[in-house]
Design a binder for this molecule. Sequence first.
Ligand code: NOJ
Length: 570
Amino acid sequence: MALPADKDWWRQAAIYQIYPRSFKDSNGDGLGDVNGITSKAKYLKSLSLDAVWLSPFYPSPLADGGYDVADYRNVDPRLGTLEDFDAMVKALHKENIRVFVDIVPNHSSDQHAWFQEALASKPGSKARERYIFRDGKGKDGELPPNDWVSHFAPSAWTRSTNPDGTPGQWYLHLFAPEQPDFNWDNREVQLDFIKTLRFWSDRGVDGFRIDVAHALKKDMSKLNKSYPKIDSFGITLKGNDILFDRDEVHEIYREWRKVFNEYNPPRVAVAEAYIQAPRRVLYARPDELGQAFNFDLLGAPYDARTYKRIVSENIELAKTEGSSSTWVLNNHDQVRQPTKLGLPKETKLNEWLLSDGKDAVLDKKLGLARAKAAALFTMALPGCVYIYQGEELGLFEVEDLKHQDLQDPIWSRNIVTKRESAFFKGYGKNVKGVAVVHVDKGRDGCRVPLPWTITGKSFGFGSGGSHLPQPRWFKDFAVEAQSGQKDSTLEIYRQALASRKKYQSTEDLMWEKTGDPQVLHFKRANGWHCIMNFDGDAYSLPKGEILVSSGKLSGNKVPKNTCVWVKTIA
Ligand code: NOJ
């Protein structure tokens, strides 16, 4: 069933991110799957969502949680079939929930048929042209072409093996070696992604989340330039970096927009472009992707001035490009907010995780109160809000996963020798007789399967186990434990998202004076007020109906670490 043709539906939507392998397992194999999502259509409906975005569910050897795609136009058989996918879209559309899928265009899996064909073909062949192969340096090409590094450390180059077993050319990968980068100057690559966009659009998919949207084009004429540190956020505001944010990348999205506009309503997209805000919004232009993730609040300190600055800047910036802003507090790459906001300010998150949460004391009550307040604050803002599965349950990061359970390449690849490790607190181990230290625990702690019920082997995730172990405290956060409990995090989210849907109209806000730098108060159309007390004195509410509150009020006053919505006569 197609949904009504409102072409602007996405501008102020509430979109829920599903990490499919960890959402709901329908067949007891310990992995979440497509039928699991379908079975939770009513739950998703109870959150008054406009759409869900599914992280990759495609066939994948899982070298990077599915962001290593082996076949872009299929479903991983462990997660279901294309027919299951169609049934899921139908069930969600029936509840008026639209569906986004994740497009991973920068790199494929090394198991993708094209990469396998490239390995089996000669240097300079058509098959190799789809990726970025180069000869190595040194006498026998035994050294990588240059010093470029990958996000998942260390080198961005891996040497391939020729079909006869001899060492061959090197290929570029900005992430793991199992994720070779495509050559986006190649027309076949460009056309194949258009085919993929049409494939999913024809199946009723409403939108796309574009992975590392800013990295597709590289300046390979600069092969001789040193680039020993990879930090796309740190590049200049002029763009045109060797590896990131190059002007030519926008041509790709202008072509995609034409494809999106073939559909009614037009398909929409959101860019994951981890660069600074003024450059990021260029990806959101109406003739390109339309929207871009704004990650500025993800790591922002819990501070009223900072929040206000980020909000004002982003609303203005999005407007300059004709888009609406997005608000993101959590996703599958980030330590969950209740943990971030409950740790002492000076805590280094990665070190804390490496210590299994022993390095500093987490104040759970404080962290959750702040995370709920921040969530209500962002949900009241004009624009589109993204919610990551489990956020509505107030889940904390699982900080003490055992080493043998970790799946993230960030954990397994970020190792240094014991000598180099003087500056790191990490786990030591021996790799082939060399003492090494892991220096990043990775992102598995926010990807642990959801608890649905208070009891059961995997708290209702499935009838079997769960691919990442769930801690015992998950039971208190289960959907079953919170449903119908008036002040639970889940019910606060439900209430907030329902009110948001009801009162959301124009894309403006008006700041009200509070006289306290730690209290923010803004007003939207329809007499909708949002008041957030970060760390100030209890603040008097305007007269009106209280729509939702992230915590207990003291009389008609908002205490610190609390956010309240009030409806006054407009
Ligand atoms: C960004 C994704 O969010 C992350 O999970 C992934 O590892 C990288 N892109 C590479 O695809």
